[in-house]
Design a protein around this ligand. Structure first.
Ligand SMILES: [Zn+2]
Length: 290
């Protein structure tokens, strides 16, 4: 029995407020260059908070952002965080062919490496869009040099998720090599349902104690790390409200005002580190049990 506190994983998807899939329905790609950028000051707030709490995290950076804000990517690397990849165009993987996915991934890797000199080894798909239909993407990622992926949400959702998927870090063999899969934190409820606790709208909409209890449960009852994620725009109450429709607006903007203090509190109450720091690439299958 391990008495040392378990190190969890904190991750940030570095994208603009006009990149989430909910917003892309109303804002087309050709409008992106004309919209005011807000990603840099919000990411700097996160970097300062992480410094204050002595936390190192994994930053999944959109290639489109890396190309336009190379100084920000360098700053993330300079502060000791893991540089990771969040695609180039923020397109849903299950809408792409394997060849299109490969092109998008390679372009993103180039943009990120050109910005900071570090080739990302960890990948997160836009909107967790590696599902049963796009499971082939893991082989493409291995082919592109990735050792870690955090793109599969082990829940049933209308747009993403694989119901019944293993809930904890585990290696997946592909013909191009092994990938460590790191699912977002979930808890198993007494009725057998799997509930998400790891981030995004769930972290914003539900009270802090819900997330904290979930992380504690994963750490203490299951002796496993919990993977948490959020976005710079989720701590930005001043952002233009671009998503339309009640569900989209709720999923995108509700709870934005209280998000920063929730992250700060999590960082104070739990241990966090990077994806590759918590789950090494060569972890034997028996230790990275699902
Ligand atoms: Zn994203």
């Amino acid at each position: 029995m391990n008495s040392a506190p378990i190190s969890n994983i904190i991750s940030v998807d570095v994208e603009e407020y006009f990149h989430p899939s909910e917003v892309q329905r109303t804002v087309s790609v050709d409008r992106w260059p004309d919209l005011p950028s807000r990603v840099e000051p919000q990411t700097m707030r996160i970097l300062d908070l992480f410094d204050e709490k002595n936390v190192r995290g994994t930053f999944f950076i959109l290639g489109w952002v890396a190309e336009r804000r190379p100084g920000l990517v360098r700053e993330i690397a300079r502060r000791g965080h893991e540089i990771a990849c969040h695609s180039y165009w923020h397109r849903l993987v299950y809408d792409l062919s394997p060849a299109e996915f490969r092109d998008d991934t390679r372009r993103a890797v180039r943009a990120i490496a050109d910005a900071c000199g570090v080739e990302p080894r960890s990948y997160r798909a836009p909107s967790y869009s590696i599902t049963r239909d796009s499971f082939w993407a893991l082989e493409v990622l291995a082919e592109c040099g990735f050792t870690h992926d955090s793109s599969i949400y082990p829940i049933a959702h209308d747009r993403y998720g694989i119901k019944g998927f293993p809930r904890h870090p585990h290696p997946i063999q592909t013909p191009s090599g092994a990938i460590q899969e790191i699912p977002i934190a979930t808890v198993r409820l007494s009725n057998g349902h799997i509930a998400p606790v790891g981030g995004g709208a769930y972290l914003r909409l539900l009270p802090y104690r819900y997330t904290a209890a979930g992380v504690r449960r994963v750490n203490h009852d299951e002796q496993m790390p919990a993977c948490i994620y959020f976005h710079p725009w989720e701590i930005d109450p001043g952002q233009p409200r671009l998503a339309s429709g009640t569900v989209s607006r709720l999923r995108t903007y509700m709870g934005v005002g209280g998000m920063y203090s929730k992250i700060a509190r999590l960082a104070s109450e739990f241990r966090f580190s990077t994806l590759t720091g918590v789950v090494p690439a060569n972890l034997p299958a028996s230790e990275a049990r699902a």
